[in-house]
Ligand binder design. Structure first.
Ligand code: NAD
Length: 233
């Protein structure tokens, strides 16, 4: 059985990371358009570098939760038949044990040099505008995809969506495109679709929708899939 799992900020909420738009419409006290667009970076580079520096530093204070760990367990069972794509820029899937994670919106732990186009694993800060380790130019930015930029790996993602048997969306509000449209691709490819979320998402056109916390819903669903897989083997 081929399964595509899409995760959003909701899967990391119980680890202590704020979701994108909290009740006040802000992301960690900022309007998303002030910290997550190329225009914002051009207008106030320091503010944006500091914002992502703080998010990167914050990763050291959180740990993966039962939902991340359950998806790693699913990967152990399904291997390459699981395609895990995340909108999250945190590293909690990897730290939960997942080995093949498609970060469509990039990663906090990577710096991108816009002068030489090299990517470098990055644990420190960028507010101090350090030189790129490859070309020596002070032109590093967080390797995260902002509004108006092209998400990574879309061809692979579309291919996986068209050819899967089951598409599962976890902890995402269904308002940020193109991820919000994945359910339509999955339907077009004839797959079954399932949503696991605190509340029904804005694009809730799934065959099945389960409401609750990710740490409860995801391990239970993974158990179901593993049992089904064992029964078919
Ligand atoms: P979102 O904040 O728009 O939506 C989060 C969804 O998760 C909501 O529908 C909410 O009901 C649900 N949710 C909240 N707590 C939950 C829980 N405990 N269990 C299950 N569901 C829960 O997030 P999104 O749709 O992923 O928005 C995407 C954008 O946010 C991306 O561009 C991403 O890069 C960025 N972002 C990433 C992180 C991260 O890496 N952890 C954090 C904040 C924002």
């Amino acid at each position: 059985m081929k399964v595509v799992v899409l995760t959003g900020a909701g899967i990391s909420a119980e680890s202590g990371l704020a979701t994108f738009r909290d009740a006040d419409g802000l992301w960690e006290g900022h309007h998303p358009e002030d910290v997550a667009t190329p225009e914002a970076f051009a207008a106030d580079r320091s503010l944006v570098q500091r914002f992502y520096d703080e998010r990167r530093a914050g990763l050291g204070r959180v740990a993966p939760n039962a939902a991340h760990v359950a998806l790693a367990r699913l990967e152990e069972t399904l291997g390459d038949d699981l395609f895990l794509v995340t909108q999250n820029i945190d590293d909690l899937h990897e730290r939960g044990g997942s080995r093949r994670v498609h970060h469509m919106h990039g990663e906090l732990g990577v710096a991108w040099c816009v002068a030489c186009d090299r990517r470098t694993t990055w644990g420190g800060t960028l507010i101090d505008e350090p030189d790129c380790p490859s070309c020596g130019t002070a032109a590093l930015r967080p390797d995260v995809v902002w509004f108006g930029e092209m998400p990574y790996g879309m061809d692979d993602i579309h291919r996986a969506l068209f050819s899967c048997d089951l598409f599962v969306s976890i902890g995402t509000s269904g308002v940020v495109y193109p991820a919000a449209g994945f359910v339509d691709y999955a339907h077009a490819g004839g797959s079954r679709t399932l949503e696991l979320n605190l509340e029904r998402a804005a694009n809730s056109d799934f065959h099945e929708s389960r409401q609750g916390a990710a740490t409860a819903l995801v391990p239970a669903w993974v158990d179901e899939v593993i049992a089904l897989h064992a029964a078919r083997a």
